[in-house]
Design a binder for this molecule. Structure first.
Ligand code: F6R
Length: 260
């Protein structure tokens, strides 16, 4: 696990560099997209590279991490609509190249299985962008999630609904209680995981993820078992890390030839 501590703009540029490298070198790249506030600057940076430097997504596919269950199709906070507004509709993905779990399906178990199949058919995810919840969730794998979990229905914790109430007029009761989410084992199959976290509210979850014991209580700790994880954090999110100086030293002395 590589930990990079830098200011927000640099973090977004580093993540965009990794995505750009993939898009420019792979014939059929597959991206994993997170929703929420954390990746916004990355998506802005990618959009700007698309507009100014001709970075193309036309040959790529993308898979979202999660979706609320039972949210109206035209609700602005439906993750499908959020991801369209944040990145998908701002660049040149081919029609139907961006996939999301079908949160309005009549049979959610079947929709979950179909989503797993779609990821496999695409050849798996090359680079997965992740955020982290204050309770240590990745995608919507809340504390107690099986480390071997696959795409399925999950119940959001009160904490996550409180955290996300800011997107629903500050009203926690408007935040849907259920979601469809990629499982932890699904996420672990992506080749490269790039997690971005900023702000002091994430500091404890970031500390547990990097330095705590692997446990379903802090689901992001499963990333310690993945061979290629990049954690991009600002000073505030790094403020609880015991080995922050070591991570800073390692990154400052990283060989030029080594990418993220
Ligand atoms: C969203 C997702 C979640 C968020 C997490 C952090 O697709 O997978 O795990 O990444 O809840 O959300 P923000 O970035 O809004 O703090």
């Amino acid at each position: 696990m590589e930990v990079v501590i830098a200011e927000e703009r640099t973090l977004a540029e580093l993540a965009a560099d990794a995505v750009e490298r993939l898009l420019r070198t792979e014939a059929a790249p597959v991206l994993g997209l997170a929703t929420g506030s954390s990746p916004l600057r990355i998506y802005d940076e990618l959009t700007s590279r698309h507009t100014s430097d001709g970075l193309s997504f036309a040959h790529a596919q993308a898979f979202m991490l999660d979706e609320y269950v039972g949210i109206a199709d035209d609700h602005p906070q439906r993750y499908r609509n959020v991801i369209d507004a944040q990145i998908a509709a701002r660049v040149d993905f081919a029609p139907r190249a961006v996939h999301g779990p079908e949160g309005s399906a009549a049979d959610l178990a079947a929709a979950s299985a179909e989503y797993e199949e779609a990821i496999a058919e695409a050849g798996g995810i090359d680079l997965q962008i992740l955020g982290i919840g204050t309770d240590g969730h990745i995608a919507f794998n809340e504390p107690g999630s099986s480390l071997a979990s696959r795409t399925r229905v999950k119940t959001l914790t009160k904490q996550t609904r409180l955290d996300n109430a800011r997107f629903f007029d500050g009203d926690v009761d408007q935040v849907p209680p259920l979601c469809l989410t990629q499982g932890l084992a699904t996420i672990m199959e992506a080749k490269h995981l790039v997690l971005i976290a900023t702000g002091g509210a994430k500091a404890e979850a970031v500390h547990q993820m990097i330095e705590g014991p692997v446990s379903a209580m802090w689901p992001a700790t499963v990333l310690q078992m993945h061979p290629h994880v990049t954690v991009l954090i600002d000073d505030a999110a790094a403020s609880r890390l015991q080995l922050a100086d070591y991570y800073r030293h390692s990154y400052a002395n990283k060989p030029d030839w080594q990418h993220l």
